[in-house]
Design a protein around this ligand. Sequence first.
Ligand code: AR6
Length: 231
Amino acid sequence: SKGTGSLSENSGKESKEGEQLFVGSVGGDVSLNYSPTLAFPSISTADFQFDIEKASDIIVEKVIEFVNKLGNARLVLVDLSHKSKILSLVRAKASEKNIDSNKFFTFVGDITRLHSGGGLHCNVIANAANWRLKPGGGGVNAAIFSAGGPSLELATKEQAQSLYPGSAVVVTLPSTSPLFSREGVTHVIHVVGPNMNPHRPNCLNYDYSKGCKVLREAYTSLFEGFATILR
Ligand code: AR6
């Protein structure tokens, strides 16, 4: 005689369960009832070896510059591990600066599985790409191209061939991509950050005055690209 969980069977229960039921029922539709949200990784701080103290200052500075210009949209910095140093640094600095935590927050999870694995709805994700916009190479770039499938690779090729450090390109995701159908992602923004790794192209040889300028440009291009999707 156990119920199937239909609304009528639950209607007499206490409000707490009612709320849980409601959340569960809207959770099935990725496209409705959620603020536009950009999930982004920390650009350049892993394979490209950019200093995380400096990067965390720049992320917070750029979030402050853009967050109130984006209406009800949200910005979310993502990393894979609860032990992520960049996430703790940014969290501490963002709270020091009293950034509205409804509009900007950090999230632990795989950026290609935010909805299916973490219950977070993000219609746009950013990629820390390489200048040739090629799949593979490890890090978040390999993960996003692999999860996006051949349709992401093709759409990227059609919309851009290469990017210089500090720039970004907004790619509209075809509905055939698993990132669209499974995660509800409509756009991927590829961003190329400054590179401090001598084994990668365009290495800046620890020139941080140039590097910080390029990282600022990268976040400006990313957030401006996100703004064009919202219009
Ligand atoms: N989900 C969320 N965050 C991730 C994921 C993931 N699946 N994978 C990595 N991160 P990196 P870069 C975090 O090295 O330093 C690539 O191979 C990671 O912990 O991906 O800009 C490209 O082809 C870190 O915080 O990017 C380029 O050649 C952040 O994402 C080069 O690496 C960025 O790490 C770019 O290097």
